[in-house]
Design a protein around this ligand. Structure first.
Ligand code: NAD
Length: 374
C-alpha cells in the first residue's frame, strides 16, 4: 500500500502529519511505500531529504493525496478532495462538528477518521492529538503573554529596588490550562486558576496555583459541572453570572489573563465581558485561546491583538502551529499510534479492526456516506 503525507494547505498551518521518525517506522516492514509531498515538512524544519533518508519518496500533491492511507493534520480543502482515492483511509483533525465538511469527505468515498473524537480512555492516550496539541497551546500562550507584557514575570530584588511578580489568572484548566499554570510557575508568576469542573481544584493546587472558587447553588449545578467524558458541559446562566462576578473582581488585580475554556462542538463560553476588560489594569495582557471557537473574551479577534483601555487582548489562532517542530513531532507520534491499530509497523500487516471502540468512535464517513454519531 501507499501511505501519503500531503503538505498542509490551510493558511498558517505549519505542521505536518509525519516526521522522519514515524516515516522510518512505517517503512520498516518494507511492505508499504511512503510518499511525502515536496515541502510538507519545511515549516516544521524538516527538509525533504530527511524524509527521503527515512525511507519516503518525495512526490507531488496528487501522489500524496491519492495514496491508500492519507495522513493529514487538517481536513482536506475543497480543491484537494478530487485527488483523494475512493476507499482510501484518511486520518486527521477532520473537524467532525462541521457537517458540510464531513459530507464533502463522505462524497469522495474515503473512510475518514476524525482524531477529535478519540475516546478519553487510557488505551487512546498515546493517540490523543487534542491533548498533545493543547499542551503546546498552553505553553505558547504563556510565552506570548510574557512577550506582550511590558513587565517582568518573576519577583526580582535588585539594587534599584524590588520588582513585583506578575499575577496570572488562568480560566479553564484542562490540558492547556494545566500547562499554562506550569509554564507561568516556571517563570516565577503568582497564579490563580478556575474551572467549571470541581475535580480540577486538586490539580491546580498541586501545581502551586490558588484555586478561585465559584460556588454551586444546588446539586443540579454541581452535577452539570462534573461534565461528561472528561469534557465540560454548558453551565446554567445563573452559575455563569456568579462566575462572571467572581472573575470580574479577580481581574481588577490581574496582570495576565489566559482563557482556555471550551465545550466540545459548541461556541466557547463567554467568560469575560467588555466591562471586565475595562476594569483591568492598563498594561494587562489577555490571551484568549478559545478565539477560534468564538472566544472566551468579549472583543477578542482572531489573529489580532486588540488594545482596549491599555489592555492587550491577544487572539492568535492555532497556537500549536507556532511551535511547529515539536507540535508535528507529537502529532505524528499520535497518528502512528492510531494507525498501529490497523497497521502493524513491524510486520506491515494491515487490517482495520472495525469493532474496536477507538475505530468506531473516530470513523466519520465510509463507502460514500456519513457515519451517524451513536
Ligand atoms: P477542553 O479543551 O475541552 O476545555 C478546556 C477547559 O475548559 C476544561 O477544563 C473545561 O472544564 C473548561 N471549561 C469549559 N467551560 C467552562 C466555563 N464556563 N468556565 C470555566 N472553565 C470551563 O478540555 P481538555 O483540555 O481537552 O481536557 C478536559 C479534561 O480531560 C482534563 O481534565 C484532562 O485531564 C482530561 N483528559 C483525559 C484524558 C484521558 O483520560 N485519556 C485524555 C485527555 C484529557
Amino acid at each position: 500500500m501507499i501511505i501519503g503525507i500531503p503538505r498542509e494547505s490551510r493558511a498558517g498551518e505549519t505542521r505536518v502529519a509525519a516526521t522522519p521518525e514515524t516515516v522510518k517506522k512505517l517503512a520498516a516492514s518494507g511492505k508499504h511505500a511512503l510518499v511525502v509531498e515536496a515541502g510538507a515538512g519545511a515549516m516544521s524544519s524538516i527538509p525533504d531529504r530527511e524524509f527521503e533518508a527515512a525511507g519516503a519518496k518525495i512526490g507531488n500533491a496528487e501522489q500524496a493525496l491519492g495514496a491508500d492511507i492519507v495522513l493529514k493534520v487538517r481536513g482536506p480543502a475543497a480543491e484537494e478532495l478530487p485527488k483523494l482515492k475512493r476507499g482510501a483511509m484518511l486520518i486527521g483533525l477532520l473537524n467532525p462538528f462541521d457537517a458540510a465538511a464531513v459530507q464533502s469527505y463522505a462524497n469522495t468515498g474515503v473512510s475518514g477518521y476524525a482524531l477529535e473524537w478519540l475516546p478519553r480512555i487510557t488505551r487512546a492516550q498515546s493517540m490523543d492529538v487534542l491533548s498533545s496539541q493543547a499542551n503546546i497551546a498552553g505553553y505558547k500562550a504563556v510565552m506570548i503573554a510574557a512577550n506582550a507584557y511590558g513587565r517582568f514575570m518573576p519577583m526580582l530584588m535588585t539594587a534599584a529596588g524590588t520588582v513585583k511578580a506578575a499575577r496570572v489568572l488562568i480560566l479553564g484548566v484542562g490540558v492547556a490550562g494545566l500547562q499554562a499554570i506550569a509554564t507561568a510557575k516556571r517563570l516565577g508568576a503568582v497564579i490563580e486558576a478556575s474551572d467549571v469542573r470541581p475535580s480540577v481544584k486538586d490539580q491546580v493546587e498541586s501545581l502551586g496555583a490558588k484555586w478561585v472558587d465559584v460556588p454551586y447553588a444546588n446539586d443540579e449545578e454541581r452535577k452539570i459541572a462534573e461534565g461528561v467524558g472528561g469534557y465540560a458541559r454548558p453551565m446554567p446562566p445563573e452559575w455563569m453570572a456568579r462566575q462572571a462576578d467572581v472573575i470580574h473582581e479577580r481581574c481588577k488585580s490581574v496582570d495576565i489573563l489566559i482563557t482556555t475554556a471550551l465545550i466540545p462542538g459548541r461556541p466557547a463560553p463567554k467568560l469575560i465581558k467588555a466591562e471586565t476588560v475595562a476594569a483591568m489594569k492598563p498594561g494587562a495582557v489577555i490571551v484568549d485561546l478559545a478565539v477560534e471557537q468564538g472566544g472566551n473574551v468579549e472583543g477578542s479577534e482572531l489573529d489580532k491583538i486588540v488594545v482596549s483601555n491599555g489592555v492587550k487582548i491577544v487572539g492568535f489562532g492555532n497556537l500549536p502551529a507556532r511551535v511547529a517542530a515539536d507540535a508535528s513531532a507529537l502529532y505524528a507520534r499520535n497518528v502512528i499510534n492510531f494507525l498501529a491499530l490497523s497497521l502493524n509497523p513491524k510486520t506491515g500487516e494491515f487490517a482495520v479492526p472495525k469493532d474496536d471502540e477507538i475505530i468506531k468512535a473516530t470513523l466519520i464517513c465510509e463507502n460514500g456516506a456519513v457515519v451517524p454519531r451513536s
